[in-house]
Write a protein that binds this ligand. Structure first.
Ligand SMILES: *[C@@H]1O[C@H](CO)[C@@H](O)[C@H](O)[C@H]1NC(C)=O
Ligand SMILES: *[C@@H]1O[C@H](CO)[C@@H](O)[C@H](O)[C@H]1NC(C)=O
Ligand SMILES: *[C@@H]1O[C@H](CO)[C@@H](O)[C@H](O)[C@H]1NC(C)=O
Length: 350
């Protein structure tokens, strides 16, 4: 134990040293998934799942909304900073020209997308299969701007982050009788896990070798989930959290077998369940004052178009709120989560 924490400390020193030299630890960062990591891809889509208007982004650079579902930075933005990048991987759909700006990676994520393709279709978001197509296009562009050999070292050296599953449950399964009347949550998890496994195999097939996957959040603790499924209680919904724990267990087993069957792959689970659960259940220990209500609007439900400048009740300062809107953590909570992500993901850069 002493040994491993010493090892971790040395690695962190190496990280800080390299970052201090102004050199990112890996050549590029490619991001896939849902609204937890979307940085504006949905702006271009005919979907209601958007956040490119205030008060979203009010604490971001220049107080500008970008399409991030947050008041400020996402956990992945902070992770990019921790890895030494001086800019964030751009939203692929927002790039008018694509060339050198893909050299440090790109973000393909789309709010309301998920492992289960019909989730994205329901909301006119970009399914993971299409995100992968966009990544394939990026590879071709990279070969064009950097040459074949440089492109292949970018592709194999890059970190790939995937964050999905929340929308599959909260914006689809739990509210969709065509799913919850047909499948138990356990069966639905199995379907998602199959989609996850083929996504990883395809990404590996395209050359990815360092992949980090976030676990499912404690979805029963999201303000909107408590309002919708909590039967007038203000507590996290145990049934939903149990489903998340069960899903995460399957994610772990399947990741271990993928890791074994795909030579040269580093596949790491980045746990956000426990850190977010701790923030919600013990907010004051972590410097937060409010975990039930989100900052935006009443804080009980609103997200995307329902969280806007006319929403009544939006808090003046989100820094003591765990949640920014009914579904998404605040930048302050993301700061805490990003610390856990880098600690869990250290084996991807070593
Ligand atoms: C490949 O990378 C090297 C080192 O960064 C650089 O000097 C070279 O110009 C690159 N090749 C192309 C075709 O861009
Ligand atoms: C799965 O869980 C075990 C035990 O907690 C852990 O050691 C392992 O790293 C996890 N696997 C992955 C792929 O994260
Ligand atoms: C919010 O409050 C924190 C802590 O009290 C303070 O540091 C920060 O500047 C405030 N932010 C804004 C936008 O007022």
């Amino acid at each position: 134990m002493v040994h491993s924490s010493h090892f971790l400390a040395s690695l962190l020193l190496v990280v800080l040293f390299n970052v201090a030299k102004g050199q990112p630890l890996v050549p590029a960062l490619f991001i896939f998934g849902d609204s937890v990591v979307d940085v504006g891809n949905n702006n271009q889509l005919p979907t209601i799942v958007k956040s490119n208007f205030l008060p979203y982004g009010r604490d971001f650079q220049n107080h500008q909304p970008t399409g991030r579902f947050c008041n400020g930075k996402l956990a992945t933005d902070l992770t990019a900073e921790n890895l030494g990048f001086t800019s964030y991987p751009p939203a692929y759909m927002n790039l008018k020209t694509k060339g050198n700006n893909l050299l440090n990676g790109a973000n393909f994520a789309s709010g309301a997308s998920g492992y289960y393709e019909p989730t994205a279709k329901l909301y006119h978001a970009i399914p993971l299969s299409q995100q992968l197509e966009h990544y394939k296009e990026s590879q071709n562009i990279l070969v064009g701007v950097a040459g074949k050999s440089n492109a292949s070292s970018i592709i194999s050296g890059a970190i790939y982050l995937i964050s999905a599953g929340s929308s599959d449950f909260v914006q689809n399964y739990y509210i969709n009788p065509l799913l919850y009347k047909v499948y138990t949550a356990d069966q639905f998890s199995d379907i998602l896990i199959q989609c996850y496994a083929s996504f990883i195999q395809n990404l590996y097939g395209l050359g990815a070798r360092r992949i980090g996957v976030t676990t499912l959040a404690p979805v029963g603790c999201l303000p909107a989930a408590i309002t919708l499924f909590g039967h007038d209680s203000n507590q996290c919904v145990a049934r939903l959290n149990n489903d998340a724990v069960n899903f995460n267990r399957k994610l772990n087993t399947t990741s271990q077998s993928l890791q074994k069957s795909l030579p040269g792959l580093k596949l790491v689970l980045l746990d956000i369940y426990q850190p977010l659960y701790d923030l919600v259940t013990k907010p004051s220990e972590n410097g937060f004052a409010e975990a039930r209500r989100a900052c935006c609007g009443t804080g009980l439900l609103e997200t995307s178009i329902l969280c806007n400048q006319k929403s009544i009740g939006t808090c003046a300062n989100a820094s003591e709120y765990v949640f920014w809107d009914g579904f998404h953590p605040s930048e302050a909570a993301n700061q805490v989560l990003a610390g856990d992500l880098i600690a869990a993901g250290i084996s991807l850069i070593s």
